[in-house]
Design a protein around this ligand. Sequence first.
Ligand code: GLV
Length: 312
Amino acid sequence: MAGHLAQSLSFSCSVQQWDSDEPIPQSELLAGVAGKDGVLCLLSDRIDKEVLDAAGPTLKVISTLSVGYDHLAISEIKERGIRVGYTPDILTDATAELTVALLLATSRRLPESVEEVKNGGWTTWKPLWMCGYGLSGSTVGIIGLGRIGQAVARRLKPFGVNKFLYTGRHPRPEGAAEFKAEFVPLAKLAEESDFVIVTCSLTPDTQGMCSREFFCKMKKTSVFINTSRGTVVNQDDLYEALVKGHIAAAGLDVTTPEPLPVDHPLLSLKNCVILPHIGSATYATRNAMSALAANNLLAGLKGESMPSELKL
Ligand code: GLV
């Protein structure tokens, strides 16, 4: 479902739909948006100045089927007085669940272990074979203690985590209280965490934030998890950290680019688990996101308040 283009009439609207799971070609998008009142897009559709110019002055509302909006040229959109709908909250539980699954799969080496069963590497029970790292008694550092970061902490707490650290633009005492999480600078979070989990949004401040300097500060036994956006991480630096043993392992649900080319060096590493951006991928969540995105679009077209409007 991509590139749904709506033209409002008095009480109904006509819909022009790119009816494929494959990305809409840029030429089709540019031609399709011309003169439309609303656009429903996916996080893989880049709505930049070129697309906004092609849409022209009729465009009143953009509704994205995502909580992230780094694919939208927000300052251009704001300047043109276009409203934006998005899908926060309803995907928080599914994304937190996937983050925990990825953390456990990475720290307890599940993909590698499954592979050993299939390829005959499982010869007998060996005391240190396939050992990893556990959450019990650990320190967990969360970069971005927003809705998803808090939902991750809530799920990890019962595993016996000893201490939560977090960092971000500013302290969030209300969100942090439930976990007695301590607000710390990024460097301290890197130095003290056994597990680092990235759940912040992608902004100019967070782009490339997890770089060589950051990974070198992490413990050699620590595990790095990213379920936010790929470009928060410098992937070349992450590769080096994994190969040189600066960190133990990484689990990524997001990469740069997406999809990651199958010959990408990160895919050759046993201590790197990569998923295809499936944080919110439960049937119930994706259905709820679709309904919310459609309702945001319709409300925007009618000039009414949207169920979830992004404050620009
Ligand atoms: C997923 O990454 C989203 O932004 O919804």
